[in-house]
Design a protein around this ligand. Structure first.
Ligand code: UTP
Length: 291
């Protein structure tokens, strides 16, 4: 079986939930304390055995590409100021993986963004890390999914239990438990609006490992909700024909495409940050006491 060494990170969406900032700053580069969320994603991929990453970008997303390039100005200044640790950190980021960029010329949906990666992927299984979902986990979530792929030789979707009210925004999996955290999935429904339509509380959130047959399915899939080509519609087809595995991953997910998720990620990571954790904790306690 082929080992998974390639990943796609779609990051071309318009980010309307993060307006007005997303008009000029891509939501995928918004900081968690002092690092862009995209760095978290690239590090997760690398820690999962991925060597080649394609980031799908679009207009106004140049900041993402710039972040993974050398900054000659900073290099000179930091060297001059003897700031070796900062210099090493900056250079390490640029060398994390082979990172490629491709523009999705129109934001025609997550499915369309993944389809843009067809030539890059070729005939291999690959991971998709949704560009605005940051995961913090002991074992990288992508690695968890790659291991399940290697065991079952089937596409794997990362799922979480979601309360019924929220399932209406996501999808619901028809899932039969086959092992701890692992479910054989033969169908799914996108944005179920009633309890009757819902198969289960399990919904796909943020990470999937796909087989290359998804590209032909995507090409045959009609645009769905909002006129966009939905990846979920293609994955549903894969589930119905050959089955996919749903895996309830371990880890904390932050939706950086939402204002609340962005704030949660910053507060929780600041509480772990070596420079900030003590002063920030004291500050939070102080303001919490006044709430
Ligand atoms: P989202 O649906 O969360 O992104 O897609 P969005 O469309 O930007 O969100 P809102 O609702 O307008 O706020 C998940 C990921 O897929 C990327 C997004 O950039 C995000 O990281 N995406 C989405 C694309 O690359 N292309 C698209 O056409 C749509």
């Amino acid at each position: 079986m082929k080992k998974i060494t390639k990943a796609v990170i779609p990051a071309a969406g318009l980010g309307t939930r993060m307006l007005p900032i997303s008009r000029t700053v891509p939501k995928e580069i918004l900081p968690i304390v002092d690092r862009p969320s995209m760095e978290y994603l690239v590090r997760e991929a690398v820690a999962s055995g991925i060597t080649d990453i394609l980031i799908i970008t679009g207009r106004n997303k140049e900041a993402i590409e710039n972040y993974f390039d050398y900054s000659i100005e900073y290099k000179d200044v930091l060297a001059h100021k003897n700031k070796q640790a900062e210099l090493d950190d900056m250079e390490e980021v640029c060398k994390l993986a082979n990172i490629y960029f491709l523009r999705q010329k129109e934001a025609k949906g997550l499915g369309h963004a993944v389809l843009c990666a067809e030539k890059f992927i070729g005939d291999e299984p690959f991971a998709v890390l949704y560009g605005d979902d940051v995961m913090v986990a002991d074992k990288p979530v992508t690695k968890q999914l790659c291991e399940v792929y290697e065991k079952y030789d089937k596409a794997v979707v990362g799922v979480c239990e979601v309360p019924c009210e929220d399932l209406k925004k996501y999808c619901s999996m028809k899932a039969e438990k086959i092992e701890d955290r692992t479910y054989m999935t033969t169908d799914m429904v996108e944005k179920p609006q009633t309890r009757e339509e819902m198969f289960s509380n399990l919904s796909i959130l943020g990470r999937v490992v796909l087989t290359p047959d998804i590209f032909d399915i995507l090409k045959r899939t009609a645009p769905g909700r909002g006129g966009e080509l939905q990846l979920t519609d293609a994955m549903k087809q894969l589930a119905r024909t050959v089955g996919v595995i749903s895996y309830e991953y371990e880890g904390k997910r932050y939706d950086m495409g939402s204002k609340l998720g962005f704030l949660q990620a910053n507060v929780e990571e600041a509480l772990k940050h070596p420079e900030l954790k003590d002063s920030f904790r004291a500050y939070l306690k102080d303001i919490a006491a006044k709430l």
